[in-house]
Design a protein around this ligand. Structure first.
Ligand code: OXD
Ligand code: MN
Length: 603
């Protein structure tokens, strides 16, 4: 057995964990990563030599690589993502529960000797800025070089992390092996009582970069509840107004519903010229702690973006387009061998397929249609770009501030082509929690499942809350109580409403117009009308200048059709009924009140 440690550390708990992992997986080599650029280069060269990475054009995509996954391994697998708490009741109705002992037996059998002939890499990583008291250390092992190079982008990795950890045993443990990448031997298992993650059979980011969804959200949310903070599926932004005032906000949207786009929003020219600015702190995960002044402070636990490439363009997200051109890894896009550049659908206004294009499966692309007459794309719809956060032109100077940024507003949102209004504000924290807890969205390609079907996704945490969803709601209510009048204001937004096949709202950079209203509401600068769901703008309160909206669009987007609302309330009822045994009284009360108001309107 060869043991190579570039990193220097004396930590008996880390050593014991490595030994356990080694005895389980039986690798030929153990390699402890120090996170240096030489190490990163060496690994990338190794992957290029074996054909797993293709270097992109250094003139246009400097230090960037293209790679393809196994076609059976392209998204998160929710049906094999499990919470292994001792008491099934702790996992709750939205998680798949497995008994921890049973699951360890299954995983132990699958993992035994799974790294024979391979190297086991040990990655010490930190979620959050190294110097932050809110950050957390994890140590994961993996047999995938792809995982190591992606973790180097997505988290702080290596020696500095081990230095931060010192001799402490307080770190999240992660076991990962791609094994034979067989969907029948694929499990993403979480043991919240032991701060342990055990993931086998997949190399896809959300399943394999254990710092991200597994640690920062599933295990993170259980730690957050125990310790009195919040781990949320949220972007973090700063919005600056022409008068120099700035606010920080977070937004929770389900996967592939525009979090990265909003995080990197560029206001339209007239707004920019007037002095509006949006800067990025995070695009996917927020850890929210109460500061000593009683306000809620957010850190971004990640160091990179794992953004969806399909549909990303100079129009939809110029900042991400700029950022992806340096030190990035592109997974499952198509590849243009002439220019040595990646290619994906939606990169330009009209898809023009370059001749000789290699599709995400590695074949020369030919335009073909599926049984519904839709063009089969060259890039996978869930193709991803792993991109260092510091590349982003809109990155906020405080993005890695160890103290985090104080949050003024929280947005919830989803992809809803009908019914849901452009924006509504909870009258109280608890009503805001209700808006988040009852939100629904149309299924996207980020997880396996039928794209387009409507699903309830409380706080966009359905696939990520590591414990009973009702305890999670209660935790939100409790946090509101603790924050009192320093609590951020809560809103629900929807920019996906359609008339026929066309979106009613232009979205993207124009969402600044909604943020402008949110800003004014937080500053108590503007009145609102009251609807059954909460405070709403009058149609003239949102600036639509230069938008050339069709007549009646604003009215339509702010109209709550009573029949649709009632129908939605019935769906919410059915949803909440699943949680009935444990639904917090505070949430039930709000629900009954809102339902009563809606009933009065339809009566
Ligand atoms: C992601 C997701 O990758 O939510 O961020 O699936
Ligand atoms: Mn996400």
């Amino acid at each position: 057995m060869i043991y190579i440690s570039r990193a220097k550390f004396k930590n008996p708990s880390v050593n014991a964990f490595i030994k356990q992992a080694q005895e389980l997986f039986l690798p030929d080599q153990v390699y402890i990563c120090d996170g240096s650029s030489e190490e990163d280069r060496w690994l990338k060269n190794k992957l290029v030599a074996c054909g797993q990475l293709t270097p992109l054009n250094p003139k246009t995509f400097s230090d960037c690589f293209w790679t393809r996954s196994n076609p059976n391994d392209v998204a998160r697998v929710e049906k094999f993502t499990v919470i292994c708490s001792k008491d099934p009741g702790d996992a709750g109705p939205t998680n798949i529960h497995k008994d921890p002992t049973e699951m360890k037996k299954i995983l132990g059998t699958l993992s035994a000797g799974g790294m024979k002939g391979r190297t086991m890499f040990v990655i010490p990583y930190c979620m959050g800025p190294i110097a932050s008291k809110y950050s957390q250390v994890g140590v994961m092992v993996t047999d995938s070089e792809y995982v190591v190079i992606n973790m180097n982008i997505m988290a702080r990795v290596g020696q500095a992390v081990l230095d931060k950890l010192g001799a402490s045993s307080d770190f999240v443990r992660g076991l990962h092996s791609v094994l034979d990448c067989n969907p029948e031997r694929r499990w993403i298992a979480h043991f919240p009582e032991e701060d342990l993650i055990w993931s086998v059979g997949s190399g896809y980011g959300g399943n394999a970069l254990l710092g991200k969804k597994c640690h920062a959200l599933r295990i993170g949310s259980t730690r957050a509840r125990r310790q009195g903070w919040m781990a949320e599926h949220m972007l973090i932004i700063k919005v600056k107004r022409p008068d120099g005032r700035a606010m920080y906000g977070t937004a929770a949207f389900p996967s592939a519903c525009g979090k990265t786009n909003m995080a990197m929003l560029i206001p339209p020219a007239a707004y920019r010229q007037a002095g509006w600015e949006v800067t990025t702190i995070g695009d996917d995960i927020a850890w929210l702690n109460m500061g000593s002044d009683g306000r809620l402070y957010a850190i971004n636990p990640e160091a990179g973006f794992f953004g969806v490439m399909s549909g990303t363009s100079e129009k939809t997200n110029p900042n991400f387009m700029h950022a992806v051109h340096r030190s990035s890894v592109l997974t499952n896009t198509a590849f243009n061998p002439d220019t040595r550049e990646p290619w994906w659908e939606g990169m330009t206004d009209h898809d023009v397929y370059p001749p000789g294009l290699i599709d995400w499966r590695g074949n020369t692309y030919e335009i073909k249609k599926d049984e519904n007459g839709k063009i089969i794309p060259a890039a996978h719809p869930n193709a991803r770009g792993t991109v260092p956060a510091e590349n982003c032109p809109s990155i906020d100077p405080q993005w890695d501030d160890p103290n985090g940024v104080p949050i003024d507003f929280i947005l919830f949102g989803g992809r809803r082509t009908s019914g849901a209004p452009l924006v509504v504000q909870g009258r109280t924290w608890n009503e805001g929690v209700w808006l988040g807890a009852t939100m629904s969205s149309e299924q996207t390609a980020a997880a396996e499942g039928k794209v387009g079907s409507l699903r309830f996704d409380p706080m966009a945490m359905l696939p990520f809350c590591g414990y009973h969803i009702c305890d999670y709601f209660q935790h939100w209510l409790d946090m509101g109580k603790r924050l009192g009048d320093k609590a951020p204001k809560i809103f629900r937004i929807n920019s996906f409403r359609k008339r026929g096949n066309s979106f009613l709202w232009p979205g993207f950079g124009e969402n600044i117009r909604v943020l402008e209203w949110v800003f004014k509401r937080c500053m108590n600068e503007i009145d609102a009308t009251e609807s059954e769901l909460g405070y709403m703008p009058r149609t003239t309160d949102i600036n639509t200048e230069d938008l050339k909206l069709q007549p009646g669009v604003m009215e339509e987007m702010l109209n709550l059709d009573p029949d649709m609302l009632w129908d939605e309330m019935r769906q919410v009822d059915a949803q909440l009924l699943k949680f009935v045994s444990k639904l917090p009284a505070g949430l039930k009360e709000v629900h009954e009140q809102i339902k009563e108001h809606v009933a009065a309107r339809v009566a």
